[in-house]
Design a protein around this ligand. Structure first.
Ligand SMILES: Nc1nc2c(ncn2[C@@H]2O[C@H](COP(=O)(O)OP(=O)(O)O)[C@@H](O)[C@H]2O)c(=O)[nH]1
Ligand SMILES: [Mg+2]
Length: 348
């Protein structure tokens, strides 16, 4: 269940003692993230973040049983429609329905509550399946280099800012690298995040060769004992082929500078884009062998089913989920917690 991030920084690790002077802000922010937040509060925020997603999915399943008691063919057809509409995907939906029919045949599902519980368990099964534990060896020597990919607007830069915050809170020395040189605004946005979090950033002028930015950044990082280097990349170049070739080149440059780097190739996907997210994952993965996923905007109009769909379609672990635009709004993906929040009872 441990993602590289948790292995790297530990679950509820306190700030190391050397983070003393001048870190008042960090200390109080650390309190906000400290163990007490791992309890009920933490869960409430996730539940709150997923409330819109929950409405478009779980609430519809509940509505399915209003005034209807029998689980019959017609009800299963309605269920199929809800699952498809929730972005679960055709394959996964068919599998879920097949398993449900089987349970109905065996008289294991007495009513709506039982069906909902069965669905919840099946969904958790898919999410757990995709949650590979220690399949990523951390480098013996720092820095830990993370290359962040994704099309424009999915939330790459924001996710990097949030990650920088997380690592900083755990006492790690973080460097940001602005290798999205295609748009001037991209680098500026990264610099704003760097300032907000209080970390260094390496950037060059717009139009600079992204690989050489990365080359220089790793030269800068190595002698200065950075623990983590987070590299922002372009989401669009003149053509799709150009972009993929550029990403491959950046990857080669990293490996040349620091053998084994990048240690994580994190693809960011916007959960509100449904099937597009699936095709993006396929495309990027073919080009550069993605090692982890971050799903953003789950606090928005995303239909929770996309998470299940992705777990079913790809053998790539979901590392993080984004549930808002603030620094604290990036969460380690925990299948159990996610399903509980998605199916939470009570409030709207
Ligand atoms: N609601 C919400 N908005 C997000 C999340 N992640 C990113 N965003 C927003 O999505 C927009 C695009 O993000 P950005 O990081 O610039 O995307 P990039 O082009 O991939 O670098 C910005 O307005 C972000 O604030 C999230 O988890 N939830
Ligand atoms: Mg960006």
């Amino acid at each position: 269940m441990l993602s590289w991030f948790k292995k790297k920084i530990g679950g509820a690790q306190a700030l190391p003692p050397e983070q003393g002077a001048g870190s008042e802000v960090a200390a109080s922010a650390a309190e906000a993230l400290a163990p007490q937040e791992n309890g009920a509060n933490f869960f409430l925020r996730l539940k709150d973040g997923l409330s819109r997603t929950r409405k478009t999915f779980v609430r519809q399943i509940d509505a399915l049983f209003l005034g209807k008691r029998q689980i019959d063919a017609e009800l299963l057809e309605d269920l199929e429609e809800i699952l498809i509409m929730a972005d679960i995907g055709a394959n996964t939906t068919q599998e879920l329905l097949e398993k449900t029919r089987e349970q109905v045949r065996r008289n294991e599902l007495a009513d709506g509550q039982a069906l909902k519980k069965a669905l919840k368990e099946m969904i958790l099964g898919y999410l757990r399946n995709a949650d590979h534990p220690a399949d990523l060896a951390l480098p013996a020597q720092t820095p830990f280099v993370v290359m962040v990919l994704g099309v424009n607007g999915v939330g790459k830069t924001t996710t990097i800012g949030k990650l920088a915050y997380k690592f900083t809170q755990a006492g790690q020395k973080v460097l940001l690298v602005a290798a999205d040189t295609f748009r001037a605004a991209a680098s500026e946005q990264l610099q704003i995040w760097a300032k907000r979090v209080g970390v260094e950033v390496v950037a060059q002028q717009a139009g600079a060769d992204p690989s050489s930015v990365v080359f220089d950044a790793l030269d800068y990082a190595k002698p200065r004992n950075f623990d983590v280097v987070l590299v922002d990349t372009a989401g669009r170049l003149h053509t799709k082929v150009n972009l993929m070739e550029e990403l491959k080149k950046i990857k080669r440059v990293m490996d040349k500078k620091i053998p084994g780097a990048p240690h994580e190739i994190l693809l960011v996907l916007d959960a509100t884009t449904g099937q597009n997210a699936i095709s993006q994952a396929r495309l990027f993965n073919e080009a550069v062998d993605v090692t982890g996923l971050a799903l953003t905007k789950l606090d928005g109009t995303a239909k929770g089913g996309i998470v299940i769909n992705i777990c079913h379609e790809f053998n790539i672990p979901i590392r993080f989920i984004g549930i808002g635009e603030q620094m604290e709004d990036l969460r380690d993906f925990e299948p159990g917690e996610f399903v509980e929040a998605l199916f939470a009872e009570g409030e709207a």
